[in-house]
Design a protein around this ligand. Sequence first.
Ligand code: 3HC
Ligand code: NAI
Length: 695
Amino acid sequence: MTIAHLDHHGDVAVITLDNPPVNALSHAHRTSIVNHLKAAEADPAVRAIVLIGAGDAFCGGAEIREFNTPAALAEPITRQVAETAEGLGKPVIAAIHKVAMGGGLELALGCHYRVASPGASIALPEVKLGILPGAGGTQRLPRAVGAKAALDMIVSGEPMTSQAIAPLGLFEQIIEGDLLEGAVAFARQIADRGMPLRRLREEPVRGENLSDLIASTREQVARQWRGYPAPARCVDAVEAAIKLPFDEGIRFERKTFLELVETAESRALRHAFFAERAASKVPRLDPSVRGHRLDTVAVIGAGTMGSGIAIALANAGLPVVLTDSDAASLARGRAHIERAWTTAVERGRLDPAGQARRLALLTTTTELAAIASADLVIEAVYEDMAVKKAVFERIEAHVRADTILATNTSSLDVDAIAAASSNPARILGLHFFSPANVMRLLEIVRGRATSDDALATGLALARRLRKVGVVCGVCDGFIGNRMLEEYLRQAYLLVEEGATPRAVDEALEAWGFAMGPFRMMDMAGQDIGWAIRKRLSVEHPEKPYAQWPDRLCEAGRFGQKTGAGVYRYEPGSRDALPDPEADRLIAASVRAQGIAQRVVGAAEIVERCVLALANEGARILDEGIAARASDIDVVYVTGYGFPRYRGGPMWHADAMGLDSVVERLQSYATTRMGQTLSPAPLLVQRAAAGHRFNT
Ligand code: 3HC
Ligand code: NAI
């Protein structure tokens, strides 16, 4: 077991937090820090104490895996570690590099002084895990940096750099050179000068109009964080810091922390945290294979996806060659990219130098020969197998033998595309989501022949683009869109049975989806769903679809791009407005089918749509298309607006209990389209065994 260790640098004791990879505060680690603090206090040769982190972090906070286990409650808890530091009679200095987060920052706040390397990432990110800082952070940070900045950090969980936060009063010094050396020198200075021991608990919370600040933040949180219990409680805790004596504030914080850590939402958010990290660990992939070094990436096709992918690549500092066979499309793509960066500058999200750097990384050309030096080529041309095969053939004629080739297809068979290649091992799918420069999800499709090298390149690219890469096997729609098909099937059927489209959207949005299915399909284009239905109704005639969406498409109602779909849109607006014409078309379709409509409630809407996702997820898991249930959850949370605080469809099913899920799905067996919800074999099997999807 690795724990903190104590060294002596002359009269300065140095306690090094050492619990790789991020020096999380496990019980053993906490215990050893406290023991070393006490030993240093008792040692007459020690005049000051430095706390520093080994490896790549000062400290990433509490050991999250201990939550909801006795180890989390075992003393000393993190708050007591901070209190021990604060209570010592010798100066304790926290020396921070790379990362001080959560309990790690709270420990530093318990120290009398803090110094940091430039560029360290400082945060109280607990809110992202559905909790609040529980080791004094809600009480000490407002005293250290003022209520406004503290509230922003605690409610958003977002990091600040050490240089940005230093002027607010968190750090006494930013140390440019060797941190340990600088911190020891600083500690000695404090001791030499007999500087007072600065205990934040004894200082007032700084700031003006604090009641107004709390009230306006509370309002903003209620608007922005529907469904998430923690943000509002963070505001309550900072209010306690402002209004109550320190010790009472601490008691309030502790009580609230213990309540939040038990909530279903916090468990789901912690699942999402670990699920994202698990996704990068791919079965049957040698972890020592690092993938290709990427010096240049080529993108073929400058349409919606190709131009978005090019933006993402250049944003990550990668030189991009963007090509299109059609000069006008290429010019449109380039204009779109330039506009995106100009808008980013106008909104203050990018500085002009950053814009210039990105522009310098971008080459646009109709000459395919320009891709010759690319290490990776991403194809994003029309969704047509013949076109794609022809494009791959031409790409292969231009690139090196070891260049990795990816297709951004959303529904075509990656194995069939690879089969046409002379070297299928270098081919994989990289399924970006629209807008490709914004969406965090990247499905990395591993074909039958895809080499470890190609797969590792895809995973490394995801990391480089700060996306979450989820590896999946080849099937129609991969993970996300295949499940979406079942979700949409229920949404459309529910309208056929009597729900209004708005009621379906509202029920799912109230449940937590970022956007209801009809608003989403109006945005994506109803014609896309139409094309898929046409194909699947031939390939899978046993899977019935509602018919009214086809009637809308036949009337040219493709959604936002045609000004009308399930809703209507004013020119230039994305607001979905009710449209009697759509309602009339739906009613006529239902009448023509002779369907007797009934009242459909919000609970049924949510249950059928959400359980349809988990049910198809079970088939995907069974077929080995996804390696683990948590990968499916990651796809839905990061790519499809599934509420993160519900963990993902598989986590949600686990939380319901798989036997209840089977029972609910079976309850529809006798209804008109009951067979569309018949439980998947793996679901039935796991439910019978008392198992979960997420192990
Ligand atoms: N506890 C347990 N494991 C942690 C951890 C933590 N606090 N923080 C990171 N890890 C693990 C990750 O799961 C991952 O494990 P793996 O290698 O087995 O997958 C490993 O450390 C490395 O993490 P990343 O892949 O995320 O590494 P990065 O370098 O990209 O990021 C980081 C490092 C910024 C520290 C990031 O891991 C992070 O944001 N961690 C969470 C920080 C956090 O939320 N802290 C608050 C914890 S709650 C708390 O402190 C309560 C307190 O108030 C009482
Ligand atoms: P698009 O129609 O906007 O762009 C396609 C571009 O490819 C056009 O600019 C066209 O001129 C160019 N092109 C066509 N044939 C070419 C050739 N032989 N050589 C070079 N360029 C050629 O299409 P979009 O939406 O960008 O889709 C591209 C691919 O991405 C498709 O496979 C699609 O299924 C997939 N995809 C689309 C998503 C979306 O939301 N639009 C999401 C995820 C994947």
